[in-house]
Ligand binder design. Structure first.
Ligand code: FES
Length: 192
């Protein structure tokens, strides 16, 4: 006795469905790889060409005045003192030249920045060793820089806190400074 003729098309249909599935399966890694490459290209473009310049006329939101440091703690260029301002970790530096949003007093230049990295909020630290910055952060600098060890962003204090390398694109917000009787005070935080 022969098989019922209805079973043969059903078997063929299953094979056809499997063939179509296999035809599509090989495309998944190709599409994923293309998507990854496209996203990587977009990120590389964004990170290298979208870094925002610090505002040449920063706008500060006023906060209650807090003591930062004595001027006697900042007697040389690139001397730095970390401090907390309204619970925000920050750092004040003596710079070799003036920057927008900084403070110049008796020929000495000071600036303060938030220490919260604008990429994903790790703490930045001052690195005074340009060769260490080149080695560890893949960025050549003639001067010290604020660096973030989480994903290797580098910020230039002498350029208003601009992100100059790594994934961060926004500059570090500046802290407004005031000088009185040889003491530096923080009085506001930059808002974008
Ligand atoms: S959190 Fe600083 S580089 Fe990512």
């Amino acid at each position: 006795m022969s098989k019922p003729p209805a079973e043969i098309p059903e078997e063929n249909g299953v094979h056809e469905a499997r063939r179509r599935l296999l035809t599509w399966l090989w495309r998944i890694p190709v599409v994923a790889a293309l998507g990854g490459a496209g996203y990587g290209g977009y990120e590389a473009y964004r990170v290298h060409f979208s870094k925002r310049r610090p505002n040449p006329k920063p706008v500060f939101q006023t906060r209650s005045r807090e003591r930062v440091a004595d001027l006697s703690e900042l007697t040389e260029s690139w001397a730095a003192v970390p401090f907390l301002f309204a619970d925000l970790p920050a750092i004040v530096l003596r710079l070799p030249g003036p920057i927008a949003g900084g403070l110049t007093h008796q020929g000495a230049h000071y600036a303060a920045f938030s220490r919260i990295c604008t990429h994903q909020h790790c703490l930045v630290d001052l690195s005074r060793d340009p060769s260490a910055i080149a080695l560890a952060f893949n960025y050549r600098s003639e001067v010290p820089a604020l660096v973030c060890a989480c994903h290797l962003s580098v910020f230039a204090p002498d350029r208003g806190g601009r992100a100059v390398s790594g994934p961060a694109v926004l500059p570090l917000p500046r802290v407004e400074l005031q000088q009185e009787a040889g003491v530096l005070y923080a009085t506001g935080i930059e808002v974008s």
